[in-house]
Design a binder for this molecule. Structure first.
Ligand code: GLC
Length: 459
């Protein structure tokens, strides 16, 4: 036992060292962390600070009492927020937060440049950035117990700009947010357009966080009313209609199609023939999950880890659903965790479906990268969800699997194969959210009360 402890201590020292090495300084102040430090491949944009990648870094810092870097990050990214009023479709709309930023210099002067997707591969917009930003602001406030930063006029305005953009009423008949493909962690074409679960959960959590952060004054009241209404309908919609277990599958299997009117059972016109064969075998007797997406005539039956785990942590999933999701993970451990926690989505799309859904993307071949790869970054979310549901044995098993490999494999970005045995074909090494994620997972085990930084109580 002593030897094992020594080894894991060494591992944590290494992970902290890597995290320190990844820090980006701007005018001598720490402001973020790079995505990866793999000198063996071209950096592309991995030398930038991605908002989503910085989340586990920020949590690791906050949990260790290092709040300054997170405060600087929040302030600098707020200054980068788009305020473009004009309707130039090639520019980001007002309220949008960048996907990533980097420090550049000219004539000895440092400045920050941001990428809102106008340089990103395939020009994908980062819908998740502004939602993560609000969640990080709340985590910072929870740690410091000081609301003054959030109450500053620029911060209040920044939050309102995000909400204005997210709550705008356009062509929707659902309370979920309509987004293009690749608008979040899965930032390539993967059939995750429309109403992907991950964005809906982040949207829900950001609304709950904004409610805590906005001052209740006359200026914010309309926005707060809007938040309350949306939270109610969004919660109902996701819990009710995204939910899938054996009982629900039986109902869908016997659905009538083409029903007209307000009170119909098959509201979204899901045809039973769209139920994939794998699901009928795979869904256990106990256990269920929230489907990956829901739209007209379309239920994406794939299991997406981040959306489901975040739904547990933020209480978008009901108490019973949360337990059920953990049951499913336990029952299908080999498929969902296997040799590296955890699979980003299950199963992979293959053959003709892969060609159509991904546009024949060679990086997203079956069981690799976003298409069924295993991402160690998801470990912290798995551990947080396990703790939230009182399943610490699952948290410990997952950590053990990750710890046994990550440092030796030089902290890869992702793993390939049905069970995640191979280091990802094009995975970066020394990927920041890989070691930051392990640090957060370990901090959550040592001090479960830290869950409050990212968690929300059931309403
Ligand atoms: C890849 C991932 C994206 C991540 C970025 C930097 O593009 O898909 O989620 O933010 O790399 O690590």
């Amino acid at each position: 036992m002593l030897v094992e402890n020594d080894l894991t201590d060494e591992l944590l020292v290494d992970a902290w060292q890597q995290l320190e090495n990844s820090i980006i300084y701007y005018q001598n102040r720490p402001v973020g962390t790079v995505a990866a430090q793999d000198s063996s491949v071209e950096a592309l944009n991995y030398d930038q600070c991605f908002i989503r990648d910085f989340v586990p870094s920020a949590l690791a810092f906050l949990m260790a009492g290092k709040t300054e870097i997170v405060r600087n990050f929040l302030t600098e990214t707020l200054a980068l927020q788009s305020h473009e009023p004009q309707m130039d479709s090639f520019k980001p709309g007002p309220g949008l937060m960048p996907a990533s930023f980097k420090v550049e210099s000219q004539d000895g002067q440092e400045y920050l440049t941001a990428d809102f997707g106008e340089s990103a591969i395939a020009r994908v917009p980062p819908v998740d950035s502004c939602l993560w930003w609000i969640l990080l602001l709340r985590a910072y406030i929870k740690t410091t117990e000081d609301l003054t930063l959030a109450h500053q006029p620029e911060f209040q305005e920044g939050i309102r700009a995000i909400l204005d953009m997210c709550l705008v009423h356009r062509f929707a008949m659902y309370p979920t947010m309509l987004v293009p493909d690749g608008a979040f962690m899965i930032d390539r074409r993967m059939g995750v357009y429309e109403h992907p679960l991950e964005i809906q959960v982040l949207f829900y959590a950001a609304l709950r966080a904004a409610k805590e952060l906005l001052l209740t004054d006359e200026c914010n009241q309309p926005c707060l009313n809007n938040i309350n209404r949306r939270l109610e309908t969004l919660t109902y919609h996701v819990r009710e209609y995204y939910w899938l277990d054996l009982q629900r599958l039986n109902e869908i299997y016997r659905f009538q199609g083409d029903e007209f009117g307000k009170e119909v059972a098959n509201r979204f016109n899901i045809y039973p023939a769209s139920i994939p064969n794998w699901l009928i075998q795979w869904l256990p007797e106990t256990g269920g999950y929230l489907a990956g997406n829901l739209g007209p005539g379309r239920m994406d039956f794939r299991f997406f880890a981040a959306g489901n785990l975040l739904a547990i942590i933020t209480s978008l999933a009901s108490e019973a659903e949360s337990q059920s999701i953990m049951d499913l993970i336990e029952e299908r451990w080999q498929d969902l965790v296997g040799n590296m926690p955890m699979k980003i989505c299950f199963p992979a799309v293959e053959g003709e479906e892969w060609r159509v859904v991904t546009g024949a993307d060679p990086k997203n071949i079956p069981w690799s990268y976003h298409n069924g790869g295993n991402w160690p970054m998801l470990l912290w979310l798995l551990v947080a969800a396990a703790q939230r549901t009182g399943r610490s044995e699952l948290a410990n098993s997952a950590i053990k699997i990750a710890q046994d490999r990550l440092a030796q494999d030089e902290w890869p970005e992702y793993y390939d194969g049905k069970c995640g045995r191979l280091i990802g074909k094009e995975a970066r090494k020394y990927q920041t959210w890989t070691f930051a994620g392990l640090l957060v997972a370990r901090q959550l085990i040592d001090n479960p009360s830290q869950l409050k930084l990212i968690g929300f109580e059931q309403n």
